[in-house]
Design a protein around this ligand. Sequence first.
Ligand code: SF4
Length: 414
Amino acid sequence: MSVRRKTRKVIVGDKLHGFVGIGGDAPVALQTMTSTYTYDIDATVAQINALHRAGADLVRVAVPDKRDTAALKEILNQVRVPLIADVHFHFERALEAIEAGIHKIRLNPGNIKDRPKVEKVIAACRERKIPIRVGANEGGIVERQDKSQRAEEKAALEKDYRGHMTAIMVEKLEEYLRIFADNDFYDVVLSAKSVDPQIVLSAYSEISRRFDYPLHLGVTHAGPPETGRIRSVVALGALLAQGIGDTIRISYAADPVYEVEDGKELLQVLGLRLRTEPELIACPTCGRIEIDLISMMAEVRKRLAEIPVPVKVAVMGCVVNGPGEAEGSDVAVFAGKHRGVIYVQGEQVATVTEDQMLDRLFEEVRKFASKVERGEAQLRNQKVEIKPPDPIGELGSGWEKIRQEKGTPLPVLR
Ligand code: SF4
């Protein structure tokens, strides 16, 4: 992982809803957006609370209509996470949301273009110390009204779509930001989303070179989780690994709780967020498998959801590669010949038959989790080494090679 890019920092929130930093020394914040009609107060509050419980640091709501901004005050009374108002076309919605106590505004340079209107929003945000995200989405910034301009843009885009689109997004941001700089307003977060991960990568790389504002990363309109997951994670993961990005939102055409779950997992595997739930590692199975590991896995996942500490559990299909691959897990089961050997932090605690495996595994997981809660055991503190049964053979072990090379570890991706 590269060192995080240095940016300005904005603070979102208040005493009642908590404060979340974006950029600077703040950890990468995870956000999502509700899919309810904001004017439906009960449904919106229920969804915001579910998203907050799932791990969202910030939640954005759409305010297309006056009745949506009219609902904000009551929604804010009933939730305890900072909220962002997503404003398109009507700058008045931003002013109403600010009046209602919203914590951050998102403006789209593609559809709120008039300087006096933007300046009114800036003035209101300055008064309440509210940051603004300037979000130039690919779909929202191409000229749509002027026919001749549209034809000209279309012709250019046909030649090098990605290159031109990246340039348009960056230029639009630069142009819009001049209004903010002229008004001496720097509480700004930037985004430049596209459905195309390659445009996302190039746009954010360029923006990070040009500006020191914090960045909100996202791949927009990514589709359902099944297809949107890869395009989102490949772009966001690559940027975060390069130290680019201060808040993320994964967008799915599904219950937004999936956005939060996947965003959390992405930040956790990159070491950008502390893991709070159990972690499951499992072998992909192969021709050596002698139990029904795939069905067992679904049950393990379900039962792990009830375990309150971030215990690492490994479920491996055999004793050939399993032990080596499961090293570092807190509780592990290695299956073979319709039996399973269970280890707790490297110590063998039981050998059971296939039908007893799941229950015994969870007996050990629960026992271990309780010990962690009581402070009698530590996570990832393997006391006994699990020795893989494979003979080292004439090629020797990996460690042997490292010793011969004078123990120099290779650099991790920069
Ligand atoms: S742990 Fe064993 S069964 Fe599972 S993939 Fe590795 S070798 Fe195959």
